[in-house]
Design a protein around this ligand. Structure first.
Ligand code: PEP
Length: 261
């Protein structure tokens, strides 16, 4: 059985005090061990160290929202994998739709960041997903596969245990309109099939694929119970401790009751 994964992407929200309090609250209230469920917080860069201190000794893990594709050097504003590792970060997000669509990151840069993070020893949540236009044109699955083909070009098979794929349809992110469980199941099936053809069926059945896009306590259980959905990546709901914890609990219940997919 795949271990559930829940990530909280705080994006450009919180401040030093509220982010620290949020992390302290989650650390105090989340009692499950990391070997039964991965729960990862992705605060803004300036608060990483304070969140690291707040969750020290808990089962929560620390993630960064982005990483440079380069090792070091004259790259103003960039943050390298080594710098993140230095301060206790173990996970990074790569290819989030806001970086792809609002900040113009092409597939090629996503692939470079992914390869750098993996080569540096980090674990990665790789985000993929189609826009509404692409979905309306009937190209949703084709787009997801083309994002995956580019991203996995340089990823060795023995790194897949450090990879979670987040299916995040762009039209569902921050809109209040979540995908249906059937939509998520369909896309996750396509993603698993891709991993099977790029690597092998054993790796395909082992890799974790999570859903992201307007998850809230009221819809999480249903979506997580869909076959092949191994948890979630959350934006808005990760900023409210009670909602986030409720969704983490739903991930454990939903995945235990749903079938393997
Ligand atoms: C996200 O940005 O990854 C996300 C899923 O956001 P939200 O939960 O707010 O839709």
């Amino acid at each position: 059985m795949r271990r559930p994964f829940v990530g909280g992407n705080w994006k450009m929200n919180t401040d030093l005090e509220s982010g620290t309090v949020l992390a302290q609250t989650l650390a105090a209230q989340w009692k499950q061990n990391a070997d039964v469920c991965d729960v990862v917080l992705f605060p803004p860069f300036p608060y990483l160290q304070s969140v690291a201190r707040a969750i020290d000794g808990s089962s929560l893990a620390l993630g960064a929202q982005d990483v440079s594709s380069e090792v070091n050097g004259a790259l103003t504003g960039e943050v390298s994998a080594e710098m993140l590792i230095d301060i206790g970060v173990t996970w990074v997000l790569v290819g989030h739709s806001e970086r792809r669509h609002r900040l113009g990151e092409p597939d090629s840069l996503v692939a470079e960041k992914f390869a750098m993070a993996i080569a540096s020893g980090l674990s990665v949540v790789l985000c993929v997903g189609e826009t509404l236009l692409q979905r309306s044109a009937g190209n949703a699955h084709e787009i997801v596969v083309s994002q995956l083909s580019s991203a996995f070009e340089r990823i060795p098979s023995d790194a897949l245990e450090r990879v979670v794929i987040a299916y995040e349809p762009v039209w569902a992110i921050g809109t209040g309109v979540a995908a249906t469980a059937e939509d998520a199941q369909g896309a996750h099936g396509v993603i698993r099939e891709f991993i099977g053809s790029r690597y092998d069926s054993e790796l395909a059945s082992g890799i974790r694929i999570v859903y992201g896009g307007s998850l809230v306590p009221g819809n999480a259980k249903t979506i997580f119970a869909a076959p092949g959905v191994d948890g979630g990546l959350l934006g808005g709901a990760s900023l409210k401790a009670a909602d986030f914890l409720s969704i983490c609990s739903s991930a454990m219940i939903g995945i235990a009751t749903g079938s393997a997919g």
